[in-house]
Design a protein around this ligand. Structure first.
Ligand code: XIL
Length: 340
């Protein structure tokens, strides 16, 4: 009853982790933590194009099927991540896609993947990371392969296909670099809001915005993010924190002080975003510090392993675990009798 999922449920929140199929097969400690703590999971990689599409003609659903079955058996919801991204596009796609066939390839992928799990998914990240201000377009869109191949309407095409394939899943636009109080993130927030307004005006089906929340220890987040969340809510969309972790790159290596600052950063960030009723989902990007992606991409310069997640490398809860639970209680405290 002291689990994250119990504390989250008391405040009508969904919470959980990005998970890895091989660890759920082979690692009992990992699997137990996920079962105990999460009421929602997402595939860290197993539902991306690169994982599902070994070739133009073949789909490999083994890992994705396994994850959804695991979720259902554990009474967890599942998010799908993702249907369209500028990264992780299979090499065969790059070799064969042309402006003449790309829209059809995209639609077929979405129909097949979303259709396979229709009625069973909480939500799908339909489009991931489509804004890149530095690419210089007036609309802020990233000059991604999808834009070049499918055309300016590729986002709309993707969302409409997803809705047709599963009318129940909440369709999400997911973005990073929109959290901080600086001019760069503010410009990106504005571009995302403009994109959402354009989509609304054209009746493109969308239900939520994912704020990835790969944030930095010791950084103060604030009004810019709150205004963004309120702007999203005014468009009648929910807000999901989809990929939270707290990198400790700027901190000295000593562990105790690092863990305390990371925990405080989790608490402050979640207190901020959970003050907004539009925020209904909090997902951590991994379970334990042993498995964080941050030690592979964006690792510390001194090569000391980062400690960005709620469990240490032996699956013991860290200070940040308790900080996150406390932040969930702010929203709606767990009844004392459950809080044993
Ligand atoms: C990352 C995974 O964590 C890594 O294992 C993989 O090598 C690359 O992708 N934004 C996203 C996620 O939307 O899909 C990324 O996940 C992290 C950044």
């Amino acid at each position: 009853m002291t689990s994250l999922r119990a504390h989250a449920a008391a405040g009508d929140l969904l919470t959980g982790f990005a998970v890895v199929p091989s660890l759920l097969r082979d690692d009992a400690a990992y699997t137990n933590v996920v079962r105990e703590q999460a009421n929602l999971i997402v595939a860290e990689n197993a539902m991306k194009w690169a994982a599902l599409r070994p070739s133009a003609t073949r789909y490999d659903f083994d890992d994705a099927d396994m994850l959804l079955n695991f979720a259902e058996q554990g009474r967890m919801k599942m998010r799908g991540h993702n249907l369209l991204w500028h990264r992780g596009i299979p090499q065969w796609f790059t070799a064969m896609a042309t402006p003449a066939n790309a829209k059809q390839l995209l639609q077929a992928h979405i129909e097949t993947v979303v259709g396979r799990y229709a009625g069973r998914m909480h939500s799908w990240d339909v489009v991931n990371e489509a804004i890149q201000i530095s690419d210089g377009r007036p609309d802020g869109l990233r000059s991604s392969p999808w834009l070049r191949l499918v055309g300016d309407d590729y986002i709309e095409v993707a969302f409409r296909s997803a809705r047709r394939a599963d009318p129940q899943a909440l369709l999400t636009y997911n973005e990073y670099g929109i959290e901080a109080e600086n001019a760069q993130d503010e410009a990106k927030r504005q571009a995302v809001l403009l994109l959402l307004r354009r989509m609304r005006a054209r009746h493109v089906p969308i239900d939520a915005v994912g704020v990835q929340s790969h944030i930095s220890a010791g950084t103060k987040y604030g009004d810019g993010l709150l205004r963004f969340i309120r702007g999203v809510r005014e468009l009648d969309l929910q807000v999901f924190v989809t990929e939270m972790d707290v990198n400790d790159r700027s901190l000295a290596p000593a562990i105790a002080a690092r863990d305390a600052t990371v925990a405080q950063t989790y608490k402050d960030y979640l207190d901020l975003v959970l003050s907004e009723p539009a925020v209904t989902v909090i997902v951590l990007w991994g379970v334990s510090d042993r498995d964080t992606w941050l030690n592979h991409e964006d690792s510390r310069q001194d090569r000391v392993p980062e400690r960005p997640l709620l469990f240490d490398d032996r699956f013991r809860p860290k200070q940040d675990f308790y900080a996150v639970r406390d932040a969930f209680d702010q929203r709606h405290p767990v009844h004392p009798s459950l809080n044993g």
